[in-house]
Design a protein around this ligand. Structure first.
Ligand SMILES: *Cc1c(COP(=O)(O)O)cnc(C)c1O
Length: 367
């Protein structure tokens, strides 16, 4: 008997998600100390975590013998006041990946399809495949989502459209007015999920108004994370915002304690840490300029990014990745996103960006 045959075909067809290479593993393989490894591969915050979150975790360490509050009362209160929504609009997730999967688990059947863009975040395809559903991938326009083509691609069996704004790994941004017009033309039987994982990094004039649309579009689901700008990727916490009926259905398929106590406590504190977000935004904006200047000097094309990472075209990306890795610099190859000539690099501190650019010049023989 082949054990693999026990799993349904749609599960056997799933290509596992490939995360950024861990620092500890790289250090072991290279015989280097962990502190000498530079990981710019998973869009983590180079400043670390919100100090308010750390403080809240310390204060909560005495509570660990107890189950967390499965209703997430405190955290939902913090989210509700920040985004001007009601607690019944909120679904808490073990990271926002969890939120994306909950949408699929609650609404998607094997006989239905999802629509998302070429080069879009991998989890849309994973969530679709895990449900045994069909996906419709719409060719990108200038590396970003082609909203007209996506609206036309919606089939009679389509249940969910996934949009990422900004998108990962391309960093492309769509004007919110275009997204609003898109939602207005999508049939109400189709859920539109907007993944705003990098929303905090957007400049003021591009800030998302989408939370204020929830009352108007009952088929809208927003996804947010504490993993990126708030610096809490290791804790796993994110949330969805939606019409109360949609949120209630997602909550039915959620594990009762999917978000742990420390994660909830930290998230509630971090959401109030405006100073940390302001600093993170400033460091990121300066880093994007620094990286762009470095790529220009090396005559490397890159996709202008609205996130905390940039996709840069280096040609033989697998070779460049390997040479960077040999120097202890971890970035992300994105061939699995249909971008075989690109590497995605997370924006670091000025020193980290400089080290990466110098290593990249050597890796490409242009030092
Ligand atoms: C990083 C990322 C996420 C989610 O990360 P979580 O850690 O699960 O919250 C979601 N969407 C995009 C586009 C991302 O890049």
């Amino acid at each position: 008997m082949n054990l693999r045959d026990l799993a349904p075909a749609h599960v056997r067809a799933i290509a596992p998600y490939v995360p950024g290479k861990p620092v500890a593993e790289t250090a072991r393989e290279l015989g280097l100390a962990e502190k000498d490894i530079l990981k710019l591969a998973s869009n983590e915050n180079p400043l670390g975590s919100s100090p308010k979150a750390i403080e809240a975790i310390r204060a909560a360490l005495g509570d660990l013998a107890y189950y967390p509050d499965g209703s997430g009362f405190e955290l939902k209160g913090a989210i509700a006041s920040k985004f001007a929504v009601k607690p019944e609009n909120i679904v808490l997730g073990n990271g926002s990946n969890d939120v994306l999967e909950l949408v699929a688990r609650a609404f998607l059947t094997r006989d239905e399809s999802t629509v998302y863009a070429q080069h879009a975040f991998m989890v849309y395809s994973l969530a679709t495949q895990a449900a045994g559903a069909r996906h419709i991938e719409v060719p990108a326009k200038d590396y970003g989502h082609d909203l007209d083509a996506m609206a036309r691609a919606i089939a009679p069996d389509t249940k969910i459209v996934f949009l990422a704004n900004p998108n990962n790994p391309t960093g492309t941004f769509l004007p919110w007015a275009d997204i609003e017009a898109f939602i207005a033309r999508v049939p109400p039987r189709v859920l539109v999920v907007i993944d705003e994982a990098y929303g905090e990094y957007l400049p003021d004039e591009r800030r998302s108004p989408a939370a204020s649309w929830i009352g108007r579009f009952p088929n809208l689901v927003l996804s947010r994370t504490l993993s990126k700008a708030y610096g809490l990727a290791g804790l796993r916490v994110g949330f969805g915002l939606a019409h109360p009926d949609v949120a209630e259905l997602m909550n039915r398929v959620r594990q009762p304690f999917n978000v742990n106590h420390l994660a909830m406590v930290a998230a509630a504190a971090a959401l109030g840490d405006e100073a940390f977000i302001a600093k993170s935004r400033a460091v990121n904006a300066a880093g994007l300029v620094q990286l762009a200047a470095g790529f220009d000097r090396l005559a490397l094309p890159y996709i202008p990014s609205s996130g905390n990472f940039v996709a840069v075209r280096v040609g033989d990306a697998a070779a460049a990745y390997a040479r960077l890795l040999a120097e202890g610099v971890i970035v992300r190859p994105v061939a699995n996103y249909g971008l075989p000539e690109y590497l995605r690099v997370t924006v670091g501190t000025p020193e980290q960006n400089a080290r990466f650019l110098a290593a990249l010049a050597r890796a490409l023989g242009r030092a």
